[in-house]
Design a binder for this molecule. Sequence first.
Ligand SMILES: Cc1ncc(COP(=O)(O)O)c(C=O)c1O
Length: 450
Amino acid sequence: MEENKMLKKIVINTELPGPKAREIINMDSKFLATSTKSLPVVACRASDCYIEDVDGNVFLDFSSGISTSNIGYSNSHLISAVEDQMHKMWHFAGTDFYYKIQVDAAEALINVMPGSRDKKVFFTNSGTESNEASIKFAKSFTKRPQFIGFIGGFHGRTMGSLAFTASKATHHEYFYPEMPGVHHIPFADPYRNPFGIDGYEDPENLTGAVVDYLKDYVLDRYVPAESVAGILAEPIQGEGGYIVPPKYFHKRMMELAHEYGMLYIMDEVQTGFGRTGYFFASEYFGIDPDIMSLAKSIASGIPMGASIVKSKYDFEKSGLHSNTFGGNMLACAASIATIDEIKSKKMVENSNKMGFYLNKRLRELQEKYPSIGDVRGLGLMQAIDFVMDAKSKKYNKKLRDNVIESSFKKGLILLGAGESAIRFIPPLIIREEQINDAMEILDNSIKENL
Ligand SMILES: Cc1ncc(COP(=O)(O)O)c(C=O)c1O
């Protein structure tokens, strides 16, 4: 077997995309259905925080395959765990039969969850499926049909999750009717406060305004509280623009949910597994959610997801939910190895430390470039938001897109979020000198595009 060579620095030796890359991109558009491609990176191998393309160019990756490769690329512990399992067996339908590695993976997961250990895991294969399972847990426990979601939220694209997704109208075009009974309320966005009233940027006021909105405008007027199964939220809105709500926002919302007998569901698909400098962002917000949806980095890119419930909310009988691939043996091996690596290599700590450093460097750029209206984030989940001017905070999407494009040409992979933000989500093993390299590229890219 060919060993993966260690990639150590950015190397750009062709115009981008290079000739082999262009060829594959053309074939891709011939054979693959249209989806959401953003940058013309044609990857062929990766290690550490670098990705090599088919033309031999090496990129520094600040996207982590959308917050999935948290432990970095080609982690040797994960490779041997998956390889070992592969030689033994890789599939037996974990929902219908029994095998130990699925139990071990569930236990490992519960052991790193916030709050009580009295929890149960339902394994899925993606984020959207995890939310579908979470929705079913909430409906089947409460026997209630409706839900509350947040404007700006992203929860996936299947018909249940899509009903909650509210970050871009295109996601819904042609697809109505989705799951009925989901009602959206404003999210507590401290930068562009949705109530448009001065003073509402204050965290207490902002949280109170969302609570009042839910009570006075939704529950009192058209959605009877006793018909609502749960509130589904991302701790930090991801696709919606990396919006970090006030620290006590979720605690207050969860208290409100419980006052009315609703469950509080946290979608930690993007924020989980050390991304925010906590194992789960729920810890930062001081809550132990009733249900948590996970995916992305749970098995470092071997497809896997999970919905985890407090045991009392488990399905009351067999047959209410199931699937074929959930708890796949390779995914379980990868998930256990991922959790081991995050713990033993102190990646949560590094996420916290490097997150502070990255935030500081981004703030330095904000001082230099007034077009950066906001710098926000937690741990290694950081973003900058480009605006037309600091007062109006109007989205500067064009500048954002151009900066991403220029950075790519210099060897840095970045992803957008929301209308005008760039997210910075490198693997959690990132080092200071790599952040410095990224910031130098970013600085030059902004300069070039003003
Ligand atoms: C918070 C959140 N939930 C759910 C999803 C959907 O996950 P998947 O694409 O694996 O279905 C995403 C994907 O970006 C996400 O960020």
